[in-house]
Design a protein around this ligand. Structure first.
Ligand code: IMP
Length: 203
């Protein structure tokens, strides 16, 4: 369904090139804010994620885009933390199988590392950096679950085919965006940001 945008709706740049993340964020927001992706803003940039924490990576991305546009913007960095692997891949989730690794290679490496391991608890963690009127605000959301023995499902992206959220017997990739946008790490972080923005707007 096309999203209607009201004339007074707050415009915020989402400092990311990831169309799956933008789709999930819009599903959570349901048209509450006018989210503009980098592509839609005509900005072509690949911002590195060199830091040791999700928050530092998220900050770097939103600061770069704020400096470039002067607009309110937010970015997010997400990691998958697996208890049996000491929290790995964590902040290195995008490069787990190597600097140029794709999603399938990362996922296959994770399954190989987890082979034969019984304790499979894991969580996704999303950290959002919002720059509003030049000031930074941080929001975080987590989703607990476990790593499956093999990949299943065809929706979503990244590690979705091997992550089964707690209280479900299907992976995120099998559950689809309808469920993911209600229970995910990203949804929880976005919800905190929108509660904050809503509180400011109603002041
Ligand atoms: P980044 O936040 O784009 O740096 O993502 C880090 C890594 O985690 C990438 O390999 C993504 O594909 C993966 N990832 C990020 N968010 C999700 C998610 O919601 N589900 C599955 N994988 C994700």
């Amino acid at each position: 369904m096309p999203q209607t945008t009201l004339p007074f709706m707050r415009k915020i740049i989402f400092a990311s090139n990831n169309k799956h993340k933008a789709e999930e964020i819009r599903a959570v927001l349901g048209g509450q804010f006018d989210i503009i992706t980098l592509k839609e803003a005509g900005i072509e940039i690949d911002i590195p994620e060199p830091h040791e924490t999700l928050a530092e990576n998220a900050s770097e991305k939103s600061m770069v885009i704020h400096r470039l546009t002067g607009m309110d913007c937010f970015s997010e960095d997400t990691g998958l933390e697996v208890d049996a692997l000491g929290g790995a891949p964590g902040v290195r989730s995008a490069r787990y199988a190597g600097e140029q690794a794709n999603a399938d290679e990362n996922l296959q490496k994770l399954l190989a590392e987890m082979k034969g391991i019984e304790h499979r608890a894991a969580r996704f963690r999303t950290v959002i950096s919002l720059i509003l009127n030049g000031q930074e605000y941080i929001f975080e959301g987590t989703c607990e679950g476990s790593i499956t023995n093999s990949a299943s499902g065809s929706t979503g992206f990244g590690y979705d085919p091997v992550f089964m959220p707690a209280q479900y017997d299907k992976t995120f990739a099998e559950l689809g965006i309808e469920v993911k946008s209600v229970i995910s790490h990203r949804k929880k972080a976005i919800e905190k940001m929108t509660a904050f923005l809503g509180a400011i707007e109603n002041k």
